[in-house]
Design a protein around this ligand. Sequence first.
Ligand code: FES
Length: 153
Amino acid sequence: PPKQTVTLTINGTERQLELEPWVSLLDMLREQLHLTGTKVGCNHGQCGACTILLDGKRINSCLTLAVMHDGAEITTIEGLAKDGELHPVQQGFIVHDAFQCGYCTPGQICSVVGLVSEGKARTLDDIRDLMSGNICRCGAYNNIVKVVQEELE
Ligand code: FES
């Protein structure tokens, strides 16, 4: 099939892209735009390493085709800091030492940003439940939860 033209606003910049219809949002970001802050883990929706914000909502970018999102607004880890200032969630990860190897961290951070704006998490159990799609093999969960708690205060 022929390539399709898709317009996306990525980290505040509108881009017109010519895409093969089978390219995932994840592969488009990493391979075409070289935004490699978004990580590949399982590549099938199990680990959350590829989490980005699509129109403000967190999604696993490995699970969706880029051509399905013409007109959408995408924020990746590269787009969270503004005017040389880290996003408060990024700052929170540093303050609470919420990572070890760092591989899952971009996805964790995007997921926390999405979670906070969803406004559904109230209790510790809610936070653990709503963050359960983001796996951390180093087990930094307790400190990640602290970041979320602080953001919800
Ligand atoms: Fe997308 Fe694991 S790489 S969920």
